[in-house]
Design a protein around this ligand. Structure first.
Ligand code: CAA
Length: 256
């Protein structure tokens, strides 16, 4: 039984709720292990088409667990390869939806950025305040934030430690939707259910194609996309999708 997360399954969507309210969902090593394990298990389950990761009303997550790190020295962090296990989320094919209310700071912001679709409540606040602790982001924040919102804003956040509100996060391209706090769970569930209603292997290809944009020059990314696009023509779901369109009926995908 996990200690730091709650999980709930509805049809084809798994929802993972970070659950350390006493620590504003600080990402302890136990939580890292439990989140990674739950997401990895879901990714291997053909019955799951999308995963929602969320926190509480007050905090998505206020960062890596500072109390766990305070006594560590360089030899410890090198030995543990501190925070490296989060990297497993980068290999997940299933689309991940982050539903963010309250604080998403440090590792919390980085966990949200490891997700594919970010939905924020109006009261969400994002930041990389590690500099105020005399350290720097360690779960990809300096890289993913810069790619998401550009050098100027990323430098501002990473060097001053200030938080940005949901409106600024949407304006900057970090999140795709901002909704009233009381609608966050519903909207995130709808987004996830919509993704999960598509052909699962095609969502994997689509996610991989968009992610390629972060890793390769344009010409290589476009070549990757075309190969993935062509690959969809080998799937019965692609035949069904196009046939259903021409027959003016909803598609009945086999792989969903
Ligand atoms: N680690 C451990 N405990 C944390 C925590 C964290 N990142 N963030 C909050 N908590 C704990 C607090 O210590 C407090 O516990 P106690 O009641 O036992 O003292 C409890 O959660 C509530 O927090 P506050 O009393 O501080 O609540 P607040 O409303 O006054 O402030 C906050 C909220 C502004 C988010 C503040 O808690 C805060 O600044 N938290 C730390 C944010 C931060 O620096 N995050 C980066 C962490 S480093 C990192 O993430 C590195 C990396 O990339 C891998």
């Amino acid at each position: 039984m996990p200690e730091t997360i709650l999980t709930a399954r509805t049809d084809r969507v798994l929802t993972i709720t970070l659950n350390r309210p006493e620590a504003l969902n600080a990402l302890s090593s136990t939580m890292m292990r439990e989140v990674v394990e739950a997401v990895t298990t879901a990714d291997a389950d053909p019955g799951i088409g999308a995963v929602v990761i969320t926190g509480s009303e007050r905090a998505f997550a206020a960062g890596a667990d500072i109390k766990e790190m305070v006594g560590l020295g360089l030899a410890d962090v090198l030995e543990q390869d501190l925070a490296a296990a989060w990297q497993a989320l980068d290999l997940i094919r299933t689309p991940l939806v982050a539903a963010v209310a309250g604080y998403a700071l440090g590792g919390g912001c980085e966990l949200a950025m490891l997700c594919d679709v970010l939905v924020a409540a109006e009261d969400a606040r994002f930041g990389q305040p590690e500099i105020t602790l005399a350290t720097i982001p360690g779960i990809g924040g300096s890289q993913r934030l810069t790619r998401a919102i550009g050098k100027a804003k990323a430098m501002d956040l990473v060097l001053t430690g200030r938080m940005m509100d949901a409106a600024e996060a949407e304006r900057s391209g970090l999140v795709s939707r901002v909704v009233p706090a009381d609608q966050l769970a519903e909207v995130a569930a709808e987004v996830a259910a919509t993704i999960a209603s598509m052909s699962r292997p095609v969502t994997h290809l689509a996610k991989a194609a968009v992610n390629r944009a972060f890793e390769t020059p344009l010409s290589e990314g476009v070549r990757f996309e075309r190969t993935a696009f062509h690959a969809t023509f080998a799937l019965e779901d692609r035949v069904e999708g196009m046939r259903a369109f021409t027959e003016k009926r909803p598609p009945a995908f086999r792989h969903r």
